[in-house]
Design a protein around this ligand. Structure first.
Ligand SMILES: O=C(CO)[C@H](O)[C@H](O)COP(=O)(O)O
Length: 176
């Protein structure tokens, strides 16, 4: 059996930036859960989803929030928009272990979910897994640093041309 996940112990209230482009039972359940964790900074649903995702990302990287949650029909659009903000590591999750893994192995700072696909109780469990996984695995520090390098237009050292060429050869279909 897997060891229990480390639990978040917030010294004070956690500040969460939240944005969704629609409102339904799933978003209401998630918001209710988030409100129990701390202060929720809401980005208006009157904006288009690219702006919602970006605004949540900026709230996190700008220090107005500790972590973010974005939701749209698929979850993908707001995740992509959030990830355009340097310093954001938004992860789309649909099961609790994906959300926990995103915190643990990717140091994700924004959780993205589909408000259309996830039932309210599932979305809350996914969010709980995200917020209750306290910190990244120290073994992943080098990989997180490689991600951070991508924010600054610096190709990570590991992604050299040799690696790209090898991958390219492996996936290239065989043919005449
Ligand atoms: O899932 C989404 C983006 O990935 C949106 O929620 C979906 O595309 C609907 O957007 P709109 O109401 O602007 O048409």
């Amino acid at each position: 059996m897997d060891p229990p996940l480390p639990r978040l112990t917030y010294a004070g209230l956690v500040r969460i930036a939240y944005g969704a482009d629609d409102d339904n039972e799933t978003t209401r359940a998630v918001l209710d859960y988030l409100s129990g964790l701390g202060e929720v900074v809401r980005v208006g649903a009157d904006r288009p989803w690219p702006q919602i995702g970006a605004a949540v990302g900026q709230a996190v990287t700008g220090g107005d929030a500790d972590l973010g949650v974005v939701m749209c029909w698929t979850g993908t659009g707001t995740a992509i928009a959030a990830n355009k903000v340097p310093g954001v590591r938004a992860a789309l999750a649909w099961e609790p272990w994906i959300a926990a893994g995103a915190r643990k192995w990717n140091d994700a700072n924004v959780l993205a979910m589909s408000l259309k696909r996830l039932a309210p109780d599932v979305a809350v469990e996914v969010a709980r897994a995200f917020f209750e996984t306290a910190e990244p695995d120290p073994d992943e520090a080098a990989n997180i640093a490689l991600l951070a390098a991508l924010d600054h237009d610096q190709p990570p050292a590991a992604v050299d041309q040799g690696v790209c060429a090898r991958v390219g050869r492996r996936v290239r279909p065989q043919g005449p």
